[in-house]
Design a protein around this ligand. Structure first.
Ligand SMILES: *Cc1c(COP(=O)(O)O)cnc(C)c1O
Length: 220
């Protein structure tokens, strides 16, 4: 864990009040404890098994974020404690989150993952699919999920112009959806974008939450 990098990152986020989700995937609980001791409370993981065991082993006031692709059959393992699911990429998944949240008498906060990258491999909903989801009767009946914004991942490239273009596209769609479906609803205010390699670009394009791992914890 690199405390200097962590502090520098917090200083960079401070002017825009952007939140940091420290991505601790593959890193041991001891590394998380060290960052927790420095004041960090929000941690992100991309695998259900890992987030479940770390949640059990670490302080209960840590806010756990699921940032990776989530399979419906695994939602029940995280439904009791998850703070925010960044990676909702289908109505079917959201239905299962709603069902499991109801069992725990909770409302689970979620972000819709929007597909903006050039790569075929990235998960996410297209803008049209987001509109379809938000207007579907199934979604409108859900009482145990709350959509708090969008999550986006840019193409993995050194070309900063491509990344900037994709992040600005995500921001534009975010504003449009906010206006169309969540006007006056203050909870729809999160745009999760930016990782170690591209968070500086994301900050310039309206990110409210960056998900940074290797800059803090070292390479994986
Ligand atoms: C791993 C991961 C990150 C963090 O990546 P770094 O390059 O280590 O900062 C962010 N978002 C998602 C979805 C990830 O899987």
């Amino acid at each position: 864990m690199n405390i200097e990098n962590y502090k520098q990152l917090l200083a960079e986020l401070q002017p825009s009040n952007t939140r940091l989700v420290a991505v601790s995937k593959t890193k041991p609980a001891t590394a998380i404890s060290a960052l927790y001791a420095a004041g960090q409370k929000d941690f992100g993981e991309n695998k259900v098994q890992e987030i479940v065991s770390k949640h059990a082993a670490l302080p209960s006031d840590i806010r756990w974020h699921l940032i990776g692709h989530l399979q419906s059959n695994k939602v029940k393992q995280i439904a009791s404690f998850i703070t925010l699911i960044h990676s909702v990429d289908s109505l079917k998944l959201l239905e299962e989150i709603n069902r499991q949240a109801a069992k725990h008498e909770r409302v689970i906060d979620c972000l819709l993952q929007i597909f903006i990258a050039k790569e075929e491999t990235k998960f996410g909903l297209t803008e049209i699919e987001i509109h379809q989801l938000l207007t579907s009767e199934t979604f409108l009946q859900m009482k145990h999920v709350r959509i708090c914004g969008l999550m986006a991942m840019a193409t993995f490239t050194d070309d900063e112009q491509i990344i900037a273009k994709e992040f600005s596209q995500a921001k534009r769609i975010f504003e449009k959806i906010k206006k169309q479906y969540f006007s006056g609803k203050d909870f729809f205010n999160e745009l999760s974008m930016g990782m170690s390699a591209d968070y500086k670009i994301a900050l310039r394009h309206g990110s409210t939450m960056v998900r940074v791992g290797s800059t803090i914890f070292g390479s994986r």
